[in-house]
Design a protein around this ligand. Structure first.
Ligand code: SF4
Length: 337
């Protein structure tokens, strides 16, 4: 049984890692835990110590965003009462997230932070209507039991907890719609006032908006007077429709479907002058997708450059490549190349 602990201000502190699926789920989790009465605490921005700390907690061959996530969790455990331990299966029907998201909870609670497992609040997020090998109704039962257990920590009834969770799902949806409708810019992004180029910066949000991992690529492009469009600004509905049109088979990886669809939609509708695809190292789904992205870009006469985000100490290589890409597009537009 999870025990209730409180900090000096009387509120239970729940830590939300500013990493990995936090970029998709933190609006939901923030709303849910705040309504339950928690004080929500976010981890600081990624830095080299966080990456080092996380890398020491997981297998060395795992992808960099995962190592970063574990570093954020380690930091939060020092100051928070609880951290949600997500088993993130799916964000919508008939799709899955990356298999690593599904194994994340076991890794957190049974391996990396076994000694502190009581500080984790298990929560399965699975929006598939049907999951193979899971009996009908079983998913709802799992969610109900986990929500009840979380509600108990905060002294709330099952109904209250369930209602807060469903409200939180709507908050997440609205946040995504607002980004897609241009009502808000994703994650403190800044756009130049009079840009002369538009570039799609495509990839997982935890690669793009984590300024340490992406080596400040968004600020670099801002300083080059380039307007940036990301998959959050295209929106799920449009990107998924485009992906289904351009792929012979529906992609069952939710994020990769959005990535492929965003590239296709932006190029097909001439909404960008080029695409930068940010791929983290080593990422199976992304490496597979880069083959499709190249194909789509060639078919649509687009300019696409893939950048693999590795754990590097200096941003010189990335800066040179981005500058060369932007300058070549400017040259073509001006008719000098
Ligand atoms: S999609 Fe790639 S980068 Fe993201 S968690 Fe999976 S392996 Fe890591």
């Amino acid at each position: 049984m999870i025990k209730l602990t409180t900090e000096s201000n009387g509120k239970i502190k729940v830590g939300l890692p500013s990493a990995l699926m936090g970029y998709r789920l933190n609006p939901l989790l923030d709303h849910f835990f705040t309504n339950l009465g928690a004080e929500v605490v976010y981890s600081e921005q990624t830095n080299s110590q966080i990456l080092e700390e996380g890398a020491a907690l997981v297998n060395e061959n795992i992808c960099t965003p995962f190592k970063i996530y574990f570093g954020h969790v380690a930091r939060l455990l020092k100051s928070c009462d609880y951290i949600p331990a997500l088993r993130f299966v799916s964000e919508e029907d008939r799709t899955y997230t990356c298999p690593k998201f599904m194994g994340l909870r076991s890794l957190l609670m049974n391996i990396s932070f076994r000694e502190q497992r009581d500080k984790f609040l298990p929560l399965e997020i699975n929006m598939r209507k049907f999951t193979p090998h899971v009996k009908k109704g079983e998913q709802e039962k799992i969610l109900k039991a986990e929500l009840a257990q979380i509600g108990e920590v905060f002294g709330k009834t099952e109904k209250q907890t369930h209602d807060y969770y469903h409200d939180a799902l709507l908050v997440k949806e609205k946040f995504e719609q607002d980004m897609a409708n241009g009502m808000i810019l994703p994650y403190d992004m800044k756009q130049p006032e009079n840009p002369d180029l538009s570039i799609g910066v495509i990839g997982h949000p935890y690669n793009i908006y984590d300024s340490y991992l992406s080596m400040n690529i968004l600020s670099k492009l801002y300083r080059m007077n380039v307007k940036v469009i990301t998959i959050e600004m295209v929106g799920k509905e449009i990107s998924e429709k485009a992906a289904d049109t351009h792929m012979s088979k529906k992609l069952f990886w939710n994020y990769e479907r959005e990535i492929v669809g965003s590239v296709a939609y932006l190029l097909e509708n001439n909404l960008v002058d080029g695409i930068l695809f940010l791929d983290s190292f080593p990422c199976g789904p992304d490496s597979l997708m880069s083959v499709f992205l190249n194909q789509i870009s060639n078919n649509l006469d687009g300019k696409l450059m893939a950048i693999v985000l590795a754990e590097l100490d200096s941003d010189t290589g990335l800066k040179t490549r981005v500058e060369a890409f932007v300058n070549s597009i400017r040259g073509v537009k001006a008719g000098v190349i």
